[in-house]
Write a protein that binds this ligand. Structure first.
Ligand code: SF4
Length: 87
C-alpha cells in the first residue's frame, strides 16, 4: 500500500497524525507529509483509518506509477451517484 498527502486539499487538522504518528507528520513548512509512503502491514489499519477519517479526503492511495486509486472498491448506494458523476 502506497500513499501520499495532497497538500492542495489538506487543511492541517492533524487528525491523521493523531491516528498514525508513525506515518504522518508536519514538515518544517507546516505541511502534512507521509514520512513512509510504502505502508507496511503494521501500520496499514491505522493508515486506512486516517484515510477514512481525513475530513477533506487529502490522503490518497497510489499505485506504483503514482496514480490515485480508489480506497473503497465496494461502493455503497450512498456514494454511487458521486462516483458516477466523477467519471
Ligand atoms: S487528516 Fe487530512 S486534512 Fe487533516 S492533516 Fe491529515 S491529511 Fe491534512
Amino acid at each position: 500500500m502506497k500513499i501520499k498527502v495532497d497538500n492542495d486539499l489538506c487543511i492541517g487538522c492533524g487528525a491523521c497524525q493523531a491516528i498514525c504518528p508513525d506515518v504522518f507528520e508536519f514538515d518544517d513548512e507546516g505541511m502534512m507529509q507521509a514520512t513512509d509512503n510504502d505502508i507496511d502491514n503494521e501500520n496499514k489499519d491505522d493508515v486506512i483509518d486516517a484515510i477514512e477519517g481525513c475530513p477533506v479526503s487529502a490522503i490518497k492511495e497510489i499505485d506504483d506509477e503514482g496514480m490515485t486509486q480508489a480506497t473503497d472498491n465496494d461502493i455503497n448506494k450512498e456514494n454511487k451517484d458521486d462516483v458516477i458523476d466523477d467519471k
